[in-house]
Ligand binder design. Structure first.
Ligand SMILES: [Cu+2]
Length: 259
């Protein structure tokens, strides 16, 4: 087990050109497989809100100019018809959003997804890979000792923990599904990677799964979006998406060092 605050030396020479995908409305670059559908839905909502705003002002203007003194007789056409149309519109948008949410939250990751544990602690993120045995070792709160290189409290007597790799950087291979298990040691932290369109609270005592597929190699910021204490402002980490062969080489190096 090893905790490295810096990228390994073998990776410092690797320069990965960050893909420049220009998205309208100043959204951050989308570097995930599921992000495009979310962006489309968000933009659709914004366009509809803009159209409704314009329509409401138009109706208001017509009402002002018409200067009617008596109530119109065709009430159903100007009240009930738009109301029914709005109800259908909002129901359709809700169902569409529900499908996107279900795909990312209710449907589990594929069994072949890369397993990574994410732990939020005042004021850092730690990432753990299970190693060749594909099983995370046991941790104990009383063994937590960041100063001694054991920030997660890995139990050295558990054979599954001997090959676990702990890193303060999240490195992932491009185009492979990742199953993150989110934990927190102390208070609620907000795990967020805007370019991966991910945002989820890390809650003490709970393990929350998040799955996604990064597509674009590059370096991205991992943020904490919950005000978690005085050092919240400096609680961030780096996500590096690598081509699969480079990721495998990095993990092999770390595992050798951990054993
Ligand atoms: Cu935090």
């Amino acid at each position: 087990m090893i905790c490295s605050r810096l990228a390994s030396a073998s990776l410092t020479n690797v320069w990965i050109e960050r893909a420049t995908i220009h998205t309208p409305w100043l959204l951050p670059t989308d570097a995930s497989a599921h992000g495009l559908a979310l962006d489309h839905h968000l933009l659709l909502n914004l366009w509809i809100a803009l159209a409704l705003l314009a329509l409401a002002h138009l109706i208001l203007l017509i009402g002002l100019l018409a200067r009617r003194n008596s109530a119109p007789t065709y009430l159903w056409r100007i009240e009930y018809l738009p109301l029914a149309a709005l109800a259908i519109l909002f129901a359709t948008l809700t169902l569409k959003a529900e499908r996107l949410w279900a795909a990312s939250r209710y449907t589990g990751a594929s069994p072949t997804a890369l397993q990574v544990e994410v732990t939020g602690v005042q004021f850092a993120w730690y990432f753990r890979y299970p190693g060749p045995d594909a099983t995370f070792g046991v941790t104990h709160p009383n063994l937590v000792a960041p100063g001694e290189g054991n920030p997660l409290g890995l139990d050295p007597t558990d054979p599954h923990s001997t090959d676990d790799v702990v890193s303060s950087q999240l490195l992932l291979p491009a185009n492979r599904e990742v199953d993150l298990r989110l934990n927190a040691q102390d208070v609620i932290h907000g795990f967020s990677i805007p370019e991966m369109r991910l945002k989820q609270n890390a809650v003490p005592g709970q393990t929350i799964h998040l799955h996604f597929t990064p597509t674009t190699p590059g370096t991205y910021a991992i943020l904490c979006t919950q005000l978690c204490g005085l050092g919240h402002y400096r609680m961030n980490a780096t996500l590096r998406i690598l081509p699969p062969d480079q990721f495998a080489a990095w993990l092999a190096t770390k595992q050798k060092a951990a054993q």
